[in-house]
Design a protein around this ligand. Sequence first.
Ligand SMILES: Cc1cc2nc3c(=O)[nH]c(=O)nc-3n(C[C@H](O)[C@H](O)[C@H](O)COP(=O)(O)O)c2cc1C
Length: 132
Amino acid sequence: MNSCELRIYAAMQRGLFLYMPTEHELQRVSVADVRNVTGYQDFVDEAALDLIYVADHRSMSLVPAARRETYAYTAAGAVAQNVYLYCASEGLSTVLRAWFDHPALAVALGLGHDEQLLLTQTVGLPKQPAVA
Ligand SMILES: Cc1cc2nc3c(=O)[nH]c(=O)nc-3n(C[C@H](O)[C@H](O)[C@H](O)COP(=O)(O)O)c2cc1C
């Protein structure tokens, strides 16, 4: 059905951006650094990038209501796996996460009622091993 319901936000130190797939560009949403709201774990605060996957239910009118959430999570999982593959190829670290403050992140992103937070995914440099 090509519903294209997935919205991908990029939280970085320099602000919050929305990925525009047609233009293959990042559109700035806010100058705020919202990385610390993308998860409870410490590393999210300082990571180079925290991706945020959101389902826009307005794009899924052709999908039976009972299946919309499943489809959206499946799409997010597929995208996240591609991020894993890219990170593996570039020597970056990444971790997919579901443990975050959903209401706080929804406020930080300015989401409406039809927009559902799905997952977040941190991308960063691998931790350097301690020197013996
Ligand atoms: C849907 C989903 C949600 C997850 N949520 C979290 C999370 O909130 N925090 C976390 O540390 N790991 C979470 N994980 C696990 C990590 O993504 C990852 O699989 C785990 O940390 C092991 O990573 P490693 O094999 O790179 O060590 C989640 C995994 C999945 C599939």
